[in-house]
Design a protein around this ligand. Sequence first.
Ligand code: SF4
Length: 241
Amino acid sequence: MVLKYIYGPIKSRRLGLSLGLSLSPGKICNLNCIYCQWGRTVESVCVRKEYADPDEIITELKSWIRENPKTAKGLKFVTLSGLGEPTLNTQIGNLISRVRGLTDCSIAVITNSTLLGDPCVRKALLEADLVVPSLDAVDEKIFRRIDRPHRGIKLDEIISGLIAFSKEFRGKLWLEIMLVSGVNDGIGHINKLKEVIRRVNPDKIQLNSPVRKTAEENVLPVPRAKLEKIKKILGDKAEII
Ligand code: SF4
């Protein structure tokens, strides 16, 4: 069977064995991050809609489980992320419930946080077990440089949405920060990030730096010693992944 929405399973240190589920057949995103592993966002979109038929996604997942019973049993997570931003798909809440009915494993959502200012998006994610939102910058200039957002996206709405979601959500919240050398890793910026993170109060802070092929050239990872320094500034919840 040709898989359109499923990728993996992938074994990672942070999630264990995880099956990825993309909520769009191609890259649909409202950011155009310089470090994106899927290449540049050809057309940045900010409208939420049904970018993929949920029945088609569920049918594919059912077949995969039927054809891979042993692996399916060993899964720790089904992770909704994939090519682009999963919360752009208006069916995400419905899909979380339907995936829940098909498997005993936990459900994770990886999101770029841009739509968390929308109460409908926050409500749709409440049934997940783990949400991994990203926040690369708290400074408008740095945000525009690293994440190159759709013009309709406002950084202050992302931050207030993240804070609101952390108060409403009962599952685990792991905040991810992608650090790019010379872009968002300045100590002054890290201190500003720390203040916002204090208000979000995630369960974990995961520090990442690009290792795969990136959308733009010369997107450099932050050296290990600097990552360690940043981890120390951000405190006990921070880890380098
Ligand atoms: S949010 Fe994710 S998918 Fe979208 S451009 Fe950034 S890294 Fe790529």
